[in-house]
Design a protein around this ligand. Structure first.
Ligand code: PHE
Length: 447
């Protein structure tokens, strides 16, 4: 049977952008900007995204499209069956871990969408009541599991429908809708009285706030946001037609990802400042501060509904991309029918996710290296495994594969003249700059 693939250029693009745009943009980016001093952080983030992360993105793309296989087989076959296949094993396992805890936060969005529909925020008068609502919810034993299960099941059903018929179709409808919603909220947020302070915070840099920690946070966020190091871009790229331009698809994904993050920042910050709230509330920004803002603003009920709808859609288009990594492996290497593969990945992620979810309540006392289960998974994958995965991928492409093969894949056998012209610069970034930068962040993160 022929391998499934994306049906069109636009389809591939929205799927890739769908993977990149997720909780990272709407939930993590605004609070990191808040914690790390606003505009200066954004400038560092943009530089990191384009100088370091884009070349790594291209590496993953090249490996995936050259091999036209799942991530494990790609490493094994392109390296001629050497020890690199163990990197392939890692790239298949890590997304399972990430999907598990990602789906817990996805589940919170399901619940908060439900709260928005039932106007639950409108009656909550104070910020501390909103925080209590959130902590009561996440620590309750079974309620978050309902959201987690709905979220993961939706992911599994979309992936089971295939690349063209499931992932591509869903992304084609949802991504444009998502952009319109977030843009609409951003425009509204800018019109609130007092919004200017929020815009100043986003656009007037104060470089005294930038230190090594902020740089590491910016690079970590850029990895996460571009879905690097987990085999997802590799897997999606393996479904992209050989006629497509690697450079175009990669730059377009990075630009969409960055635009979404910026628009999300503009949707969140002015509103937070307009109500005199603290932007540095960390992960609670979206689930505590924002619902309070919604409860206070005119037409806030509708804005809350749209916002949590956007959050949910963004999270699903990302989780399907992680889910697909394991499914592709099971289908191609273990010859399982697609539906059974989806059921298996669902079972694994559901089990780990349940442990993560319970770690806010009944399992709060279980500590792994002094962290709760959720924090441990989050820290391990975003600070260690993701960076390690990216480092190994860029070393694989820069030092193990043949330069002529990369050139061939990047320029569509020499037919793309612009790509041919910039290949020299790209090669230096891939071989030297990116590995050194990633290594330094990795080591500083471990220390
Ligand atoms: N990029 C996604 C986000 O911003 C998260 C993600 C990471 C998705 C890794 C796939 C792989 O939320």
């Amino acid at each position: 049977m022929a391998r499934d693939s994306f049906g069109s250029r636009f389809g591939a693009l929205v799927a890739l952008a769908g993977s990149a745009v997720g909780l990272g943009n709407l939930w993590r980016f605004p609070y990191l900007v808040g914690e790390n001093g606003g505009a200066a952080f954004i400038i560092i983030y943009v530089l990191m995204s384009f100088i370091i992360c884009l070349p790594i993105f291209i590496c993953e793309f090249v490996v995936g499209r050259r091999s036209q296989e799942n991530a494990y087989s790609a490493f094994r076959d392109l390296s001629g069956g050497s020890g690199w296949k163990y990197v392939g094993v890692m790239t298949v396992i890590v997304p399972l871990i990430v999907t598990s805890y990602y789906s817990v936060v996805g589940g919170w969005s399901v619940q908060y969408l439900f709260k928005a529909v039932t106007f639950e925020f409108t009656n909550t008068e104070t910020l501390s009541a909103m925080s209590t609502m959130f902590s009561d919810y996440v620590s309750s034993p079974w309620l978050p599991l309902v959201g987690h299960t709905i979220f993961l099941l939706t992911t599994a059903v979309i992936v089971a429908a295939g690349i063209k018929g499931g992932i591509e179709k869903f992304s084609k409808i949802m991504m444009p809708l998502l952009f319109v919603i977030v843009l609409g909220i951003a425009v509204y947020s800018m019109t609130l009285p007092g919004a200017k302070a929020g815009l100043d915070y986003l656009f007037n840099p104060d470089f005294s706030k930038i230190d090594a920690k902020a740089c590491a946070a910016a690079l970590g966020q850029a990895f996460f946001s571009l879905s690097l190091g987990f085999g997802t871009i590799m897997t999606y790229a393996s479904y992209v037609s050989k006629k497509e331009n690697v450079m175009f698809q990669s730059v377009a994904t990075a630009v969409s990802d960055l635009s979404f993050a910026m628009v999300a920042g503009i949707a969140v910050m002015p509103a937070v400042f307009a109500f005199g709230l603290n932007p540095q509330s960390g992960p609670g920004l979206v689930f505590e501060t924002l619902p309070y803002v919604f409860s206070q603003m005119p037409a806030g009920g509708l804005v809350a509904l749209l916002f949590f709808m956007a959050l949910l859609v963004a999270a699903i288009t990302s989780s399907i991309s992680m889910f697909e990594v394991g499914v592709a492996y099971l289908v191609e290497e273990r010859h399982l029918p697609r539906t059974l593969a989806c059921a298996l990945v669902f079972a694994v992620c559901w089990t780990f996710g349940t442990l993560c979810s319970l770690s806010f309540g009944p399992l709060a006392d279980v500590r792994l290296f002094d962290r709760s289960i959720f924090d441990f998974f989050d820290h391990l994958s975003s600070n260690v495994l993701m960076t390690l995965g990216s480092l190994l991928t860029v070393l694989f492409v820069g030092w193990r594969l043949k330069k002529t093969d990369i050139y061939d894949e990047f320029t569509n056998s020499g037919t793309l003249s612009t790509n041919a012209k910039i290949f020299g610069v790209l090669w230096v970034l891939i071989r030297y700059i990116a590995p050194v930068a990633v290594l330094s962040v990795f080591v500083s993160g471990l220390l």
